[in-house]
Design a binder for this molecule. Structure first.
Ligand SMILES: NC(=O)C1=CN([C@@H]2O[C@H](COP(=O)(O)OP(=O)(O)OC[C@H]3O[C@@H](n4cnc5c(N)ncnc54)[C@H](O)[C@@H]3O)[C@@H](O)[C@H]2O)C=CC1
Ligand SMILES: O=C(O)C(=O)COP(=O)(O)O
Length: 598
């Protein structure tokens, strides 16, 4: 066995699949005709008439975009700026366009991709969130989606601070009352910010900029972000704390996490009840992170004294929305990114990305998966699944606050290094490591870029096995160094979180956790339990899950020695309830356990 080690360069490779992906449809066939129309004479069959022939592509800009960006687009393409299109009008126009640029106000639905009949090659989102673009449909139609993730960070942070200060001093309500001819000086006495505790929930690009600014206002800043490195927070004088501590001690809570399955309605009846009475809430992230009905109740009960909201679950919110109409709520119409400067920056960022993508260049901010040559994908498919799932498992084993910086991936294969392109596998491991903890979408095009942006260093090692290389890989191992684990048994003898997997009969399997051998197919989700090896454990845990009809797909026990420490891996098809997980934890022989979603 020989080992060769290498580091990822973290530079986009010009030979990336993105290039072949975009070039699958030759530009000349779609760019040759920029405007088609048909005339139908009463007695003649329908026929198409070419109105103009042009070598330039056509870009539809469907929402207001900064002038500098529009000018950049015009140097390369015919640009059609048509705002406020109805869904039907958008679908009609799109069949004549090679690229589309939108912000958050345009729904780029499956219908849009279907109506484009294959001509649309790039959708550019002039901003961060791409929840208004049907990514699955885009990918199915071979359309690349790019966004502009950094140019509006400061604008969003500044808007958060604007809402914080305006709320504390009742600026919006007082302004309305003066304009209504009133002079209510004692009604609008506010609260001071200096010395108050602000909890920043989500310490990413926007959250950390908010923290920096709020420190300048003399506030004490704490932050909750299970995945942010503590040293980055410490560097700007911010203490990372648990979710419960953050919400229980804060006078002000500012939300800056992405909307994910884990953050949806994270502020709800239960969590409002844990807050300090009179807390004030700011939301410039996504409306869906708050249970809006629960917020109205908390405002009525005085638990929440005031809320300042830029984003809503449904935008625009209904005119009779109790939340918007609440006297202690101030609201803005999703203005976080709306400064002249941010919009110019975003416009340039997105124009460059769209033009580059139309030219077939690598798109560093691509957010959907490009197509990989079919023959490569067929062979690698189960390993691709294995890679992503090992990444997802590994990152979920990290204890909050640890930060993930150094990941080592080992591929054991009998193939010569040149015969195994690991870029796709590395991208999928990166996707698995990053997606559960961020709003980033990771694919083959943007994996290295995203990892670098997050300070995540992925090193790869090839272990060359003897024998005939029938399958591309024998095993993949993912190790995360310098972190603590919420499941101590996942730490290997050498001190890293370690998971290892193989493909068996075309199905990815988890075969090692820490130093324990297990064997569980990576379908559904997994419960890992460490216990004292003894008879009856499988039955006990199985019957707890059985009682609530959770189907166990696989169970395996890896142990050090009979009647010694053992790790049991249980694959489950459905998500067990919190109560069942608690009951498993309460089984006397169970020393620790963790539930991991795949
Ligand atoms: N209102 C507006 O106009 C704008 C809104 N946004 C929104 O602001 C949010 C933040 O954007 P960025 O800072 O650019 O994203 P980011 O990806 O840089 O930061 C998000 C942070 O949230 C953390 N996080 C993930 N899960 C968490 C959890 N369960 N609890 C606490 N933290 C968690 C991540 O570790 C990451 O550090 C996004 O939702 C984005 O869509 C961004 C720009 C403008
Ligand atoms: O960039 C984001 O995520 C935003 O929420 C900004 O949206 P907008 O471009 O202003 O419609």
């Amino acid at each position: 066995m020989a080992a060769s080690a290498s580091s990822t360069t973290l530079k986009p490779s010009p030979s990336s699949t993105a290039v072949s992906f975009l070039r699958q449809r030759p530009l000349s066939t779609t760019f040759g005709v920029t405007a088609l129309s048909y005339r139908r004479h009463r007695d003649q069959p329908r026929r198409f008439v070419v109105l103009s022939l042009d070598a330039k592509p056509t870009i539809l800009v469907a929402e207001k975009l900064g002038e500098a960006g529009v000018n950049l687009l015009k140097e390369f393409a015919n640009v059609d700026c048509s705002y406020n299109l109805s869904p039907e009008e958008l679908c009609t126009k799109i069949s004549l366009c090679d690229a589309l640029i939108v912000r958050s106000g345009t729904k780029v639905s499956r219908d849009v991709f279907e109506s484009s009949a294959g001509r649309l090659k790039v959708v550019g989102r002039a901003g961060v969130g791409i929840d208004n673009v049907d990514l699955a449909a885009a990918t199915e139609h071979g359309c690349l989606v790019v966004n502009a993730p950094t140019a509006n960070t400061v604008a969003a942070a500044e808007h958060g601070i604007a809402l914080l200060t305006a709320m504390a001093r009742n600026v919006a309500q007082a302004d309305a009352s003066v304009k209504a001819g009133k002079w209510l000086r004692s009604k609008y006495v506010g609260v001071s910010l200096v010395g108050k505790t602000l909890a920043v929930m989500g310490f990413g690009k926007v959250g950390s900029e908010v923290a920096r600014r709020a420190k300048g206002l003399g506030m004490h800043i704490i932050a909750h972000d299970p995945y942010a490195p503590a040293d980055r927070a410490r560097a700007i004088g911010v203490e990372l704390v648990s979710f419960d501590e953050a919400i229980a001690t804060a006078d002000f809570i500012s939300l800056h996490m992405p909307l994910t399955a884990a953050t949806a309605k994270v502020l709800n009846d239960e969590t409002f009840a844990k807050m300090k009475k009179g807390v004030r809430i700011i939301n410039v992230a996504r409306g869906g992170v708050i249970d809006e009905e629960a917020l109205v109740k908390a405002l009525d009960a005085g638990i929440v004294a005031q809320a300042a909201l830029d984003v809503f679950t449904v935008e625009p919110p209904g005119k009779d929305s109790k939340l918007v109409q609440h006297e202690n709520v101030i609201a803005t119409p999703h203005l976080g990114a709306s400064t002249m400067e941010a919009q110019e920056g975003v416009a340039i960022e997105i124009a460059e990305a769209v033009v580059g993508a139309l030219k077939g260049e690598l798109a560093a901010t691509a957010v959907n998966a490009p197509m990989v040559p079919a023959e490569v994908l067929t062979e690698l498919k189960p390993y691709v699944d294995l890679a992503e799932k090992l990444g997802r498992l590994a990152v979920q084993l990290v204890a909050g606050g640890s930060g993930v910086k150094n990941v080592k991936v080992t591929y054991a294969s009998a193939r010569a290094p040149d015969d195994l392109d690991t870029r796709l596998l590395r991208a999928m491991i990166t996707k698995g490591l990053i997606e559960p903890i961020s709003s980033s979408f990771v694919n083959l095009v943007n994996a290295d870029f995203t990892a670098k942006q997050r300070g995540l260093r992925i090193t790869e090692e090839r272990v060359i096995l003897d024998g005939s290389p029938e399958s591309p890989l024998e095993l993949i191992q993912v190790q995360i160094a310098n972190v603590e684990s919420k499941f101590a048994s996942a730490i290997s003898d050498s001190g890293e979180i370690k998971v290892e997997g193989r493909v068996k009969d075309g199905v990815p399997h988890l075969t090692k956790v820490g130093s324990f051998e297990v064997d569980v197919s990576l379908e559904g989700s997994i419960i890992l339990c460490r216990q004292v090896d003894q008879p009856g454990m499988i039955g006990k845990v199985g019957s707890i899950l059985g009682e609530e009809n959770v189907n166990v797909s696989f169970m395996s026990v890896g142990r050090i020695a009979p009647r010694n420490q053992a790790v049991m891996a249980i694959g489950v098809d459905e998500e067990p309830s919190k109560q069942s997980l608690k009951r498993i934890g309460d089984v006397p022989a169970v020393e620790e356990f963790v539930y991991l979603k795949l």
